[in-house]
Design a protein around this ligand. Structure first.
Ligand code: ATP
Length: 234
């Protein structure tokens, strides 16, 4: 579904991605793990059109989308739940969800609202509440639900565990698996919590200072001595 080849991204003189290549097959959860500053968010931002690659190919359903504007990329079926959630704080939960469906012209928006409320009942209870008053975990649910409201073919999640109470982290990861299973939705997950990410994903890539240093089935990565020592606490 998604194939990245030799992607380079610079921020001015800083080279954040030094020619990475990766694939995401339809229906799978693929994760990108790595330390702070490895380039995980930059990869997602390049796919989403939020930063322009210096060079390289980003094929989504066999079309190169590298460098297209973000709204065009959303229209093609790629949605991102960004790091730090970035909900519209002054809008209600429902208004945030409707913003997710902004580009849609079909008549299934209400049906999809029902779906996201069934996945995240906590959001239904808080439908009329300003998003800025939700807890961190609830805002994370909202950011994922808002991305789902664009009816994506590929959902990208940037650090869904960041800054969230541990009890809610497990719930959110269970929901990610549920969304993948019930909708068959393809997911690209960026996470610093490598342990959790490798538990819920099918395949993983390890990113280190802008380069992919390892890739394999997630179970194999979890068993890999190098990965265990560097990312899974030994
Ligand atoms: P984190 O988990 O901390 O978000 P990350 O793996 O997502 O880390 P990126 O945010 O992609 O890493 O950053 C990759 C590199 O690019 C880092 O060296 C970072 O300092 C640099 N970088 C990121 N954003 C910018 C920016 N807007 N301007 C300049 N440099 C940036």
């Amino acid at each position: 579904m998604l194939e990245i080849r030799d992607l380079h991204v610079n921020y001015g003189a800083i080279c954040a991605l030094h020619g990475i290549s990766l694939k995401v097959e339809q229906g799978r959860i693929v994760t990108l793990i790595g330390a702070n500053g490895a380039g995980k968010s930059t990869t997602l931002r390049a796919i989403s059109g939020l930063v322009k690659p210096r060079s390289g190919v980003i094929n989504f359903e066999s079309h190169n989308i590298a460098g297209l504007p973000a709204h065009v990329i959303v229209g093609r079926g790629l949605a991102q739940s960004p790091e730090g959630r970035m909900v519209f704080a002054n809008l209600t939960v429902l208004e945030n969800l409707r913003m997710g469906a902004y580009l849609r012209k079909d008549r299934e928006v209400s049906k999809d609202l029902d779906y996201v409320f069934s996945i995240f009942p906590r959001l239904k209870e808080r439908e009329w509440q300003a998003a800025g008053t939700l807890s961190g975990g609830e805002q994370q649910m909202l950011a994922i639900a808002r991305a789902l409201m664009s009816k994506p073919k590929l959902l990208m999640l940037d650090e869904p565990s960041l800054g969230i109470a541990p009890i809610l982290v497990r719930t959110i990861f269970d929901k990610i698996v549920e969304i993948n299973k019930t909708l068959g939705l393809t997911i690209l997950l960026v996470e610093q919590n490598a342990n959790l990410a490798l538990q819920v994903s099918h395949y993983g890539y390890v990113l280190e200072t802008g380069k992919i240093i390892l890739e394999n089935n997630s179970d194999a990565l979890r068993a890999n001595a190098e990965v265990r020592a560097a990312y899974l606490g030994g």
